[in-house]
Design a protein around this ligand. Structure first.
Ligand code: ATP
Ligand code: MG
Length: 384
């Protein structure tokens, strides 16, 4: 099926300095996801188009989850004449009415091809007139229209009316690569998604404490990685065996310090892996005060085990908003499957709430655990 989509780049238009680089990246990212279809991504006259032969549902799925797009619209292109324009305009209007977008409209025309015999006002007028004649249920409302039929006179005449909102944000890779600490919970997949939208390519790290955490728990994380990966051109998942580390902590640490020290160990391994894979930051799903390990004092302590930037996009977000995002991006039903993650099993009844920085550093050293952490990372399994 011959299709044409007009693409509206997002924020990148604001960044005049590296605009070109951003546009090229956005274009390459869309192209990559449409590999195997007969679609091309074109950039002409300051506009992006996807054009070619493919299932519109597939194209809309790709465009709908590509960061860096403000929106997109299915467009029709016709030969540059009024005779061709008018019936195409009626057909476009029918589609909008069928989609239930309302009956008040206006026409906006851009005339890039200046030799066209009618000026833009005359084009809008002729099209509006034709729509009112063919579809009497419509009315013109130039101030508060339900929808706008856009007409662009260029090499051909392009028409579009149904705007579909995009993810906005920045194109994948434009901010470098981030390492996401991905658990099977609700928060970390959302955190990953939020940073993917800000232009990070992601890889994920999951700490697996077999047999204390089941294979189902791991599978859950694999599934989550796949879903979040849809928003950043796929995502590698590194699974680090964490059982020995937890056993050591349980044997050597005071009960109330266990969670905190376990977090410290996670951060230390993340730091090493981030460096190894060329990431410029670490991402977690922490939210201030949500659980005992997420007080400012405890976040400071765990953060001190890396000197990378630790990005915590959910730090000021309420749980219900996080849940709403999780539902929207499709991670929620997987996150709420019942398999426990490793932290639950070793959780103390009364964990340290406000880490005393120096004292906890000493407790960490007393674990004598650096070698074990190194080994755990060496035994990581990578799932693509
Ligand atoms: P989530 O819903 O993401 O599991 P949470 O509210 O349960 O978060 P914690 O269990 O305190 O909070 O975890 C805080 C963060 O630490 C998580 O968001 C995640 O980034 C990271 N994390 C926790 N457990 C793991 C794990 N097993 N593997 C990788 N990262 C983890
Ligand atoms: Mg959790």
């Amino acid at each position: 099926m011959e299709v044409l989509y007009l693409i509206k780049p997002g924020e990148l238009t604001l960044k005049s300095g590296n605009r070109r680089e951003f546009e090229d990246r956005l274009r390459a990212n869309i192209k990559r996801q449409l590999e195997g279809t007969k679609c091309q991504v074109l950039h002409k006259g300051g506009r992006f188009y996807v054009a070619g032969d493919a299932d519109p549902a597939l194209i809309e799925d790709v465009l709908g989850r590509t960061p860096g797009l403000a929106g997109f619209a299915r467009a029709t292109a016709v030969e540059r004449s009024v005779e061709a324009l008018l019936p195409a305009a009626v057909e476009a209007a029918r589609a909008v009415i069928a989609a239930g977008r309302g009956l008040k409209f206006k026409v906006e025309t851009r005339r890039e091809y200046k030799e066209f015999p009618l000026d833009s006002y005359a084009v809008s007028y002729a099209v509006g007139d034709e729509l009112l004649r063919a579809l009497p249920e419509l009315t013109v409302d130039v101030h508060h229209p339900d929808w706008v039929l856009n007409v662009e006179v260029r090499d051909r005449i392009y028409l579009y009316a149904l705007n579909i909102p995009g993810q906005r944000g920045l194109p994948t890779h434009s901010s470098g690569k981030g390492l996401l600490l991905l658990s099977g919970g609700i928060d970390s997949p959302v955190a990953g998604y939020m940073m993917a939208k800000r232009g990070l390519k992601l890889e994920a790290l999951y700490f697996h404490a077999y047999p204390y955490t089941s294979d189902e728990a791991k599978q859950k994380v694999v599934d989550l990685a796949r879903i979040v990966g849809r928003y950043c051109l796929g995502m590698k998942l590194h699974v680090v065996p964490f059982t020995e580390v937890q056993v050591r902590i349980k044997a050597k640490a005071r009960e109330d310090e266990r969670t905190l020290l376990m977090r410290a160990c996670m951060m230390r391994i993340a730091d090493r892996l981030a460096e190894k894979i060329g990431a410029n930051c670490i991402i977690t799903g922490e939210s201030l005060g949500q659980v005992a390990s997420q007080t400012a004092e405890n976040i400071r302590f765990t953060g001190s085990f890396t000197d990378m930037a630790v990005l915590r996009p959910l730090i000021g977000i309420d749980k219900e908003d996080t849940v709403a995002t999780a539902e929207r991006i499709g991670t929620y039903p997987v996150s709420i499957l019942p398999y426990e993650d490793c932290c639950v099993l070793f959780s103390p009844k009364h964990p340290v709430l406000k880490a005393k920085f120096e004292a906890e550093k000493e407790s960490f050293l007393a674990l004598d655990i650096e070698n074990l952490l190194k080994e755990a990372l060496e035994r990581a399994e990578t799932i693509v």
